[in-house]
Design a protein around this ligand. Structure first.
Ligand code: FES
Ligand SMILES: [Fe+2]
Length: 389
């Protein structure tokens, strides 16, 4: 039994105050951010079970396009098959398990770099040198293990669980809240991976923490964003939604970079919307683009944040886009720089000998909901999960 499981009985003491209504609650103690047993448990019950958003279909637009990932510690190969289907495979050669592809590119087949076993785009083994003498071996019976893979409006989701909950069930809330945006024809304008020295959960929490905006970001987004009366909508699956708030785009003035997304043309000029899509996605709508951030653990103290910024297609294809991108990144780097210093400091605090986590503000209702959802899943205590609802 791992220590995350053995701790279940002690939880009432250590996290009890976190489960109180937000105006009576206190922040959780630090183990959930630094205990390696917690991360092992998260790998099993969260990242090993859920549907995970790994990018956009347009990143592998043509037959033979592929991209590889290590989803937490699992090697995954995403590719567009010869029939144009998006397939996800465990990126493990059926000989000894070496990754059959690395990075991204376009190919007709995958050749394992170790002993040369050859796979087609459907994952079927089509060549295996010097294997004729291996009794009973038939390459026709060998295939890269295929993983569940689905798309929603251009976003690609994979599950490391071969029999996850249905994609329709998983995606229902995302579709309900953001489906009206019609994102399939939109295009990825910016994608980058940013390594951070903190636990993956702290960045998800930070993005739904509207309490800090007016203080930490007073010289950037906090100048024009109204965040003192945030209507948090919390759902059973740990999702948190903010259906409408006044924020604006990541420009110096908060005005739009380019004309609004068609579905938003009748909304107020600084219309914004946000959501936490469990387990690890923060999703934001701005009048002229949408942003998806996903947070991936490397170890308990480090993570990779994936940033995806999607605009209407004609914006990404216009000659002016490099300048839009430059301005976005300049502002984004300032804002994220402010956040990163905080989450890295929070990570240190999780081990600080003399720190006792303090009380929550009502503006931390979204953060609390995400924390409670994770505590319920990590420790598997039904009462905890129920309290999180
Ligand atoms: S491990 Fe791939 S061919 Fe040997
Ligand atoms: Fe922030």
């Amino acid at each position: 039994m791992d220590s995350a499981t053995t701790k279940a009985g002690e939880l009432e003491g250590s996290y009890a105050k976190t489960f109180l209504p937000v105006t009576q609650a206190a922040h959780p103690t630090g183990e959930m951010y630094h205990d390696p047993a917690v991360l092992e448990r998260e790998k099993q019950v969260i990242f090993g079970e859920d549907w995970l958003c790994i990018g956009r279909a347009e990143e592998i637009a043509n037959p033979g396009d592929y991209k590889t990932f290590r989803l937490v510690d699992q090697p995954v190969l995403l590719c567009r098959t010869s029939e144009g289907r998006i397939a996800a495979y465990s990126n493990t050669c059926v000989h000894r398990g070496v990754e059959v592809a690395t990075g991204m590119g376009n190919t007709k087949e995958f050749t394992c770099p170790y002993h040369g076993w050859l796979y087609n785009l459907e994952g079927q083994l089509i060549g295996a040198p010097y294997m004729r003498d291996s009794e009973g071996f038939d390459r026709k019976n060998c295939k890269l293990p295929e993983l569940p893979c689905e798309t929603f409006q251009g976003w690609v989701f994979v599950s490391l669980n071969k029999t996850p909950e249905t994609f329709e069930t998983f995606i229902a809330e995302f579709a309900e809240k953001f489906g009206y945006l019609d994102m399939e024809p939109m295009r990825l304008g910016i994608q980058r991976d940013i390594p951070l020295s903190c636990n993956w959960k702290l960045m998800v929490e930070n993005f739904i923490d509207f309490y800090h905006i007016g203080v930490l970001h007073k010289d950037t987004i906090g100048r024009y964003m109204k965040t003192t009366d945030v209507p948090y909508e919390t759902r059973k699956r740990g999702q948190v939604f903010i259906n409408e708030y006044d924020a604006g785009s990541h420009t110096k003035s908060g005005e739009v970079f380019v004309e609004p997304i068609p579905a938003l043309k009748d909304k107020p000029p600084r219309f914004s919307q946000a959501g936490v899509i469990t387990p690890n996605v923060n999703f934001f709508v701005r009048p002229d683009y949408v942003m998806l951030y996903s947070s991936w653990p490397v170890d308990v103290n480090t993570m990779i944040m994936k940033q995806f910024i999607v605009f209407p297609r004609h914006v990404v294809e216009s000659p002016n886009f490099p300048e839009v991108k430059r301005q976005f990144l300049e502002m984004s780097d300032k804002i994220l720089g402010e956040d990163v210093a905080m989450v890295e400091s929070l990570q240190n605090a999780s081990r600080a000998k003399h720190f006792v986590p303090g009380r929550m503000s009502r503006l931390e209702k979204g953060v609390q909901h995400f924390i409670l959802h994770n505590l319920g899943r990590i420790y598997g205590d039904r009462q905890m999960a129920a309290a999180a609802e």
